[in-house]
Design a protein around this ligand. Sequence first.
Ligand code: IFM
Length: 690
Amino acid sequence: MTKQDWQYRVDGFAADEIALNGNRFMLGNGYMGLRGTLEEFGKDQLAGCMLNGVYDQVPGKWREPVNAPNGLFTTVDGLGAITSHEQLLDLRRARMSRKTRYENGAVESERFVSQADMHLIAMRYSATGVPKTGIDADVWDINGPHFQIRQRSEDTVVVETNELGIAVAVATATDWIDEHSFYKYIAIYTSLDNEDPQAAARACAERAKAAGYQAVGAEHDACWERIWRRSDVVIEGDPEAQFALRYSLYQLHLAAPRHSDRVSIPARALSGQVYKGAVFWDTEMFMTPVFTLTEPAVARNLILYRYHTLEGAREKAAEYGYRGAFFAWEGQERGNDACTHFNVTDVFTGRPMRTYFRDKQIHISADIVYAIKQYYMQTGDFSVFADGAAEVVAECARFFYSYAYYKRDKQRFELLDVTGPDEYHERVANNAYTNRMVKAALDTALEVLDLLKANQPDAYAALEQKISVEAELDLWREMSAELYVPQPDPATGLIEQFDGYMKLEDCSLAELKERVLDPNEYFGGGNGLATTTKILKQADVVLMMNLFKDEYSKAVKAANWEYYEPRTEHGSSLSACAYAMMAAEIGKPDWAYTYFMKTATVDLTGKSKQYVGTLYIGGTHPAANGGAWLSAVFGFAGLRIGEQGLRLEPSLPAGWTRMAFNVEFRGETYAIDVTPDQARIQKISGKTGE
Ligand code: IFM
């Protein structure tokens, strides 16, 4: 494989890389994600075009998003075996192309998923034989089948999902150049976005055909040009790092919902049905921050998605006997939690294992409030509160008040029976990350409601009428003041991850791994190897210190990084970036670089966990992709954001001669330029993308 500037290329065909290449060569536009499989591939090679926000459940199986019928499907008879193959991804223009030679001929194609028209895919195809092109409705599913075919012709397929009866229409318009080559325009609409999806898809495909490949391609390219103008980060002196960061941003952008605040970015983006196509805290903690500073309109959509899914979070809180909004660990379109109580299968017994991802990760609600607060602070956009964010924030605070215990003997509130980011230790008391985040959520709720009352009394009154919170504000204030937040030990500087963590067995990661009996066994859950030890799944205290930088001294940060780093298994792709950012801050650039490259190359190397128990978890990693940007911008460039504005505390890795990028802050664009000798922030008038 070669990586050149803006291009990623794989030379040679490897059958065992088909699934990984499907991820690596992804295209998408937030509405749909198209896997980078070859045109002749079908469900056995995991061809897929996932529609964001369209879910279906087969009775007794997990609910997951729906793959649309494959309108790119094209075969050529008699080609024989592959003799050479080159597949190329142009990041700048988000186009995938391939050149394949066979014993008896050749195929060349190029495709893009339009960024200008979210319903459209365009393809150019040529072969030495006579290609047969159609629509393959026999799609890849993990827990399918999800639809019935309602109508089918050569250039149109309309299907209807089983559970909710959502119609998905795929219409194609083919423009033959000669008998070997053609342009094909594939349009996808659903009954969620159009009353007559079939007519809309047909019109879209025909419109594109009339405009032609060059014209629709030019519109698409122009959109991507704007995206890159806002978010590109230039790294000089390290082409590997440059490419990895751009590639990460590319993957993240593929899933960004620019068109709607009714969908978000699932944990595996739009690369497939893994993790039930669900939205996790990954979005708020690792992706939204990128958009908040580069494309705030996308961040706003992601935030308001939580408002539109508030009902599910309220239902979940009520289900467990609480008030307010308990956001899902695995959220789907109504905010409903797709996570079951038995989310992992034990590899030894084949039995479902009781896990507590769903019931105990109360930090998700606090993560959402944290992202909202950062969004408001960094964009100055207060209108988001009247548009729904105030209700989200208030309902989260209400939930936390109803979840907490007041311990009379200790005269403090505590959060008992929770699971923090380190999911190997379930049902713990006073997880430092959770408690600190909950305090921040309460404070944000109080601040926001105060501001709303003062500045938009009508909006405040409407909110009060809808969910009447005024009587609870003093309770939240009291809880925030008296909530226990684990502090650094005065002697060691260490923050205990949760009550009793320090008493657990202190075995090394290497020792733990020697105890492994099955390569896919889960380290958490009831009997997991890590549960009785100090080995953690992913950054927890270290993540918290990144979020509340000003509250801890450098010495405390260093002590905790050094303590927790060797004990972290990084069993989640969310982990590396937290260690990268903190390493840069405490003067460990080599470590920062190692962790940066780990997060930035996760979808290139494919070296992430593919199984948890018997559960397949492969796909792309948008949180790690966002984490690459966070590591570069907050870690290496050392961007710090306070009430006073922006400042830099850079710590460039060896060999990096320059970093340059733009951020949008409170309606202005700032150009940031860092070299080993100087760091500059310069206001540019207007917004980058306009
Ligand atoms: O949200 C994460 C979780 O923190 C660790 N396991 C994977 C999830 C989805 O990325």
